[in-house]
Design a protein around this ligand. Structure first.
Ligand code: FMN
Length: 145
């Protein structure tokens, strides 16, 4: 069974909610999924052993959250070359974080990325559930392709 890791950085829980919905989509496509808060990744070895990685952060002051920046420096040492990737996050008006994460995964880690990042404008509602699940399912299908 393919394995996927979803890591989220959140302050008020919106990005965690998206992470959970993405995980549901990944599971529906047959992946075994672990969802963790970014603070649980303390070493690049915590990132080893997955086929797909989906990293998310809320946007604050035009940037991804500090903990996600730190984790991306750790991920640089995790040899994610060629692995499947996706990026996501909740935002209020500008939503820079998901694309910054996406571009780092694509250009620095050389990952095989989903067609785009998933940006969801708060407030998060039930209407967003299928959108996030579909994003997860698409990433799952890329693993199986
Ligand atoms: C102090 C503060 C600064 C924010 N800065 C931005 C910003 O620069 N761009 C943006 O799109 N949203 C901004 N937001 C909105 C948050 O990204 C939005 O509330 C998001 O849903 C929070 O996600 P979280 O619950 O995962 O922390 C800001 C919110 C606060 C409270």
């Amino acid at each position: 069974m393919p394995k996927a890791l979803v890591v989220y950085a959140t302050r008020t829980g919106d990005t965690q909610t998206i992470a959970m919905r993405i995980a549901e989509g990944l599971r529906a496509s047959g992946a075994e999924v672990k969802v963790v808060a970014v603070k649980e990744i303390t070493n690049s070895s915590d990132l080893q052993g997955y086929d797909a990685y989906v990293f998310g952060s809320a946007t604050y002051h035009g940037e991804m959250m500090e903990a996600m920046k730190k984790m991306l420096f750790m991920a640089e040492k995790a040899s994610l070359d060629g692995k499947i990737g996706g990026a996501f996050g909740s935002y209020g008006w500008s939503g820079e974080a998901p694309d910054r994460i996406y571009q780092t995964m694509k250009n620095i880690f050389n990952m095989k990325m989903a067609d785009n990042s998933l940006r969801i404008k708060s407030p998060i509602s039930a209407a967003h559930t299928p959108v996030a699940q579909t994003y997860g399912r698409e990433i799952g299908q890329k693993i199986n392709a």
